[in-house]
Design a protein around this ligand. Structure first.
Ligand code: SF4
Length: 215
């Protein structure tokens, strides 16, 4: 176990007791799969604005699989990369219909075979929708914070995930990812982290090393 990861987790749990899982809004595993695919290169808040109407209109995998592509693109257009996202959602749903009896797969292997679904998305769906923990969801916040905090020196998500998994016991993986994301949103900003206001500043090798707050 990497020194410091347990303490980081303990402090973030104390700082954000309200965090229970993903900030994406969803009711069914399908909603969550779609929302997570849509969340690439945008914020969860923006995705939640779009999915409110989307989930009223598309309720089953067949709804997505059979929709005219242009109609689906229009429905997610404001999120950027909308053509690719609509294609991924539709192709994933077609495979779910054809190979999984219409049910979102409950395994890492089944999920990562779907178009547009890598380990990050699969981890989010498995953990939040099914309570299955196979890894740690590494999004842009988790990448940035785990490097700043000295928990990894790797550049690629899969290797960062492996380092984080070695840092903490399995029962902590789900919350660790969610708490790092929350801390990244609120305090450890990509460009201007608020090190002075950070509960981790005495543990963090990157504290006060940024142009705006160098000591
Ligand atoms: S001390 Fe600064 S760089 Fe380190 S985690 Fe906190 S905000 Fe981020």
């Amino acid at each position: 176990m990497r020194r410091g990861a347990e303490e980081i987790l303990r402090r973030l749990e104390a700082a954000y007791p309200e965090v229970r899982g993903t900030a994406l809004r969803w009711k069914t595993p399908l909603d969550l799969l779609v929302a997570t695919i849509l969340s690439a290169q945008t914020t969860d808040a923006r995705v939640n604005e779009v999915t409110e109407a989307l989930f009223r209109r598309y309720r089953t995998v067949e709804d997505y699989a059979e929709a005219p592509r242009g109609e689906l693109e229009e429905a997610v257009r404001s999120l950027g990369f909308y053509r690719q996202k609509a294609r991924f959602i539709q192709e994933a749903c077609r495979v779910i219909v054809e190979e999984h009896g219409g049910e979102v797969p409950r395994s890492m292997e089944g999920l990562t075979k779907l178009r547009g679904v890598a380990r990050k998305t699969a981890n989010i769906v498995l953990q939040n929708a099914y309570g299955i923990v196979e890894g740690i969801a590494v999004d842009t916040h988790v990448m940035r914070l785990s490097k700043r905090l000295g928990l990894t020196e790797e550049r690629y998500r899969d290797k960062i995930e492996r380092d984080l998994m070695e840092s903490l016991p399995r029962e902590k993986w789900f919350m660790f990812s969610n708490l790092l994301i929350e801390h990244g949103r609120r305090v450890c900003d990509a460009k201007k982290p608020d090190c002075a206001g950070c509960v981790l500043k005495d543990l963090c090798p990157s504290a006060f090393t940024f142009p705006h707050n160098k000591r």
